[in-house]
Design a protein around this ligand. Structure first.
Ligand code: ZN
Length: 230
């Protein structure tokens, strides 16, 4: 039986990865992390999405198993970034956005592997993406491949780290979601997933909720427009 653990944050990318995993694997578990992000909107959306996504296809329902929410408060304590503090989102001297949380994906993958080890899961699926990306070095294909080697050596395992969105742009990610779950999945992603760095959920746009101005909203908005041919 093929199985997978999906890094599921409650955002657009990880929800698309979850749909892909439900399509491909017989048994799927999810993992999310509370690292004291400056808003909890994504985390609050996770159970809603998990509840609703299985209603899209009957065979997805039997495949979705346990959800793991890990407390990584220590990461919020040691980080001084635009994701974990109330500071303006900007680019720092090195050219990296200050929304980059050093070590975040490295820790996420390590903790995911530890859970996968315990739960006997082989595939670890993440929404890291090098196309259209925000300049985060821990989203690079080489970073993830290096982590796979390190985790397999360090845990004496044969995990496969899968990043199905790595070479897709945001419009292609919307298209992939449409292929996987049709209009119902598009509707779920628009309505329930959260992307905005500021945690804004007051304004509903055709691409979903958000401030519309922050880099995450801008990326989602551009991807939506390209996907819809606007
Ligand atoms: Zn925003």
């Amino acid at each position: 039986m093929a199985d997978a653990l999906v890094l599921f944050s409650g955002g657009q990318d990880s929800t698309t990865c979850l749909a892909l995993a439900l399509e491909r694997f017989d048994r799927v578990e999810t993992i999310g992390f509370d690292y004291r992000q400056r808003h909890r909107v994504e985390l609050d959306q996770r159970p809603e999405i998990l509840k609703k996504i299985v209603a899209i296809k009957s065979r997805w329902e039997g495949r979705l198993g346990k959800d793991h929410l890990l407390d990584l408060g220590i990461l919020g304590q040691i980080s001084a970034t635009g994701m974990t503090r109330e500071v303006a989102i900007a680019t720092d001297a090195s050219g990296l956005p200050n929304t980059f949380v050093p070590g975040r994906n490295l820790l996420f993958l390590t903790f995911a592997a530890a859970i996968a080890y315990r739960r006997g899961l082989r595939h670890i699926v993440g929404g890291m993406c090098e196309t259209d990306f925000s300049g985060y070095p821990d989203c690079r294909d080489d970073t993830v491949k290096a982590m796979q080697v390190a985790l397999n050596l360090g845990m004496e395992k044969n995990f496969l780290l899968e990043t199905p969105l790595m070479w897709l742009d945001k419009a292609q990610t919307w298209r992939l979601a449409e292929q996987l779950g049709g209009p119902a999945l598009i509707e779920l992603i628009v309505e329930e997933t959260h992307t905005c760095y500021l945690g804004e959920r007051g304004r509903r746009h055709d691409w979903g909720y958000g401030c519309g101005e922050c880099p995450a909203c801008q990326l989602r908005l551009r991807g939506w427009r390209n996907y819809r041919g606007l």
